[in-house]
Design a protein around this ligand. Structure first.
Ligand code: NI
Length: 429
C-alpha cells in the first residue's frame, strides 16, 4: 500500500531551503532507527579537522538527495515526458533517501581497514530484519528488493539508476552544494535550479538539453575544484591515515589476545570480521570517539599515541616524493627500522587521484558514465564532443605522491638516519 500524507511535512534545510515530504512511506522511513543513525555519522568523515564547519551529517545529505530527486521527478511529471516511467517514482525516491544507509562511522577509513563496502551494507539493511525493511514491505513484498536493485545499479529501468547514480546525479549535486556550504568555500556553488530545469528523460537515460551545457560545465569544474581543495586536502588525508592506523592497530592487538581496558560492543565482532546487520547498526562516530579517548590510556604505546594524535589533532606531516625518492622506499623503511621506528605505522604513502569526468570508451560497454546532451533535432551527443572545457578536464589525472610521518618521532632520530634518507624529510614545507 502506498498512501500520500494528509498534510505535507517539511524540513528546514540550509541548502535547499525546504525539503518536502508527501508520501507516508518516506515519512516512516525517515523515522526508523536505521535512518536516524545517520545523524551520528558525519558526511565528510574527518574533514572537520581541516574545515571546522564540516560537521554536517549523512542524515542531512540523504534528505537533500531525496529532495533533489523529488524536484527532478516533479519537473518530469509537469513536463509530461513520456520517457519517465511514472510507476517508478516511489522506488526512485526511496533509493535516493536510503542510498547512504550503510555508511559506517568515518566510513572511508573503516571500509579500508576492514575491507567492507557501504553499498553492500545498504542492501543488507534494506533486505534484512530491520524497521526500514518492514516499512518498505508494507508497500509490497518485492519493494525492498527493487530499491536494493537501484542501489546495486541493476534495476530493470536504467533511468531510475541513472537518476540516483551517474556523473550528474542527485547524490553529487547535493554533496557538492552541501559540502561547499558547510566548509565555507565557494567552489561548489553550482546553479542547481538551472541544471534541474535542463534535465529530461530520454530513451532510458537522463539527458541534458543542449542549452544547459554551460551549467553542466560549471558543475564539472566545481566538482574538480572540490576534490582538490576539500576532499583531497592533505590535512584531511593525514587524519584519515591516523584513523586507519588506529583501526589497524586495535584489530592487530585484539587478534593477538591483547586485553583492552575498554572494548565496547560491537567492536570485538568488527575486529573478528564477523559482524551482523543488527550489530553493525550499533556503530557510530560517538562510539568510536569514546573508544579512542579510552585508548589514549592503553598500555600499547602505538595505539595510545595514535589515539591522542587523532583527538588532539597532532597529525602526521608530509613530504612530496618524486620518482628517485619513490625508488628509495625500501631504503627508508630499513633506515626507520634500524633507528627503532615502525615503518608499518610511522610512514605511509598516499596518492590521491580523481577523474573529474570520464569520457566514454567503447570497450566499457554501457554508457552509464556519460553526460549526454540532447539538441533541438533530438540528436544525442556525449558532452565532451561538444564542450571544449569538458574535453580539457576529462582524463585529467593530477596528483602527487605524499609520504606522511610523525614529525616529532622523526626529529628525535634524524641525526641517526643516513644522510640520503634524512634529506628527504628536510624539504618539508
Ligand atoms: Ni551520498
Amino acid at each position: 500500500m502506498h498512501r500520500r500524507l494528509r498534510e505535507e511535512k517539511v524540513f528546514k534545510d540550509p541548502v535547499h531551503n525546504y525539503i518536502h515530504v508527501q508520501d507516508e512511506v518516506i515519512w516512516s522511513l525517515i523515522n526508523t532507527p536505521e535512518f536516524q543513525r545517520l545523524r551520528r555519522i558525519r558526511q565528510l568523515g574527518t574533514s572537520y579537522l581541516t574545515f571546522h564547519g564540516a560537521e554536517h551529517s549523512r542524515f542531512s545529505h540523504s534528505l537533500g538527495v531525496y529532495e533533489i530527486t523529488r524536484r527532478i521527478i516533479s519537473q518530469f511529471e509537469r513536463s509530461g515526458y513520456a520517457d519517465w516511467p511514472q510507476g517508478d517514482k516511489l522506488v526512485a525516491l526511496c533509493a535516493a533517501l536510503l542510498h547512504d544507509l550503510g555508511h559506517g562511522p568515518f566510513s572511508h577509513s573503516i571500509e579500508e581497514a576492514f575491507q567492507m563496502h557501504h553499498e553492500d551494507w545498504t542492501c543488507k539493511i534494506l533486505l534484512g530484519d530491520t524497521e526500514v525493511g518492514a516499512v518498505m514491505r508494507e508497500v509490497s513484498a518485492d519493494f525492498p528488493e527493487k530499491v536494493a536493485a537501484v542501489i546495486r545499479k541493476d534495476y530493470e529501468n536504467p533511468i531510475v539508476v541513472n537518476l540516483v547514480s551517474s556523473p550528474l546525479d542527485a547524490d553529487r549535486m547535493d554533496y557538492l552544494l552541501r559540502d561547499a556550504y558547510f566548509t565555507g568555500v565557494n567552489y561548489g556553488t553550482i546553479d542547481m535550479d538551472r541544471i534541474l530545469r535542463m534535465l529530461r528523460p530520454y530513451q532510458g537515460r537522463v539527458v541534458v538539453k543542449e542549452s544547459g551545457m554551460h551549467a553542466v560545465e560549471d558543475y564539472l569544474m566545481s566538482r574538480y575544484q572540490m576534490y582538490w581543495q576539500i576532499y583531497f586536502h592533505p590535512v584531511t588525508r593525514s587524519s584519515e591515515i591516523i584513523l586507519r592506523q588506529i583501526l589497524r592497530r586495535a584489530k592487530e592487538l585484539y587478534r593477538n589476545g591483547h586485553s583492552f581496558n575498554f572494548l565496547p560492543h560491537p567492536l570485538p565482532d568488527l575486529f573478528q570480521g564477523n559482524i551482523g546487520v543488527a550489530d553493525y547498526l550499533q556503530l557510530d562516530e560517538a562510539l568510536m570517539q569514546t573508544a579512542f579517548m579510552q585508548w589514549t590510556r592503553e598500555s600499547d604505546e602505538l595505539l595510545s599515541d595514535l589515539c591522542s594524535r587523532f583527538l588532539n589533532r597532532k597529525l602526521y606531516k608530509y613530504v612530496e616524493l618524486d620518482t628517485p625518492e619513490l625508488e628509495m622506499l625500501e631504503e627508508i623503511r630499513e633506515a626507520f627500522t634500524r633507528v627503532g621506528l615502525h615503518p608499518e605505522y610511522d610512514m605511509e604513502i598516499d596518492f590521491p587521484t580523481d577523474l573529474p569526468y570520464d569520457v566514454f570508451r567503447p570497450d566499457e560497454g554501457i554508457r552509464q558514465k556519460q553526460i549526454l546532451l540532447l539538441d533541438r533535432q533530438d540528436r544525442v551527443r556525449e558532452i565532451s564532443e561538444v564542450s571544449d572545457i569538458v574535453r580539457s578536464i576529462s582524463g585529467l589525472h593530477r596528483g602527487k605522491t605524499h609520504l606522511y610521518y610523525p614529525d616529532n618521532k622523526l626529529s628525535a632520530v634524524m641525526d641517526r638516519l643516513p644522510r640520503k634518507v634524512a634529506r628527504i624529510f628536510e624539504q618539508q614545507n
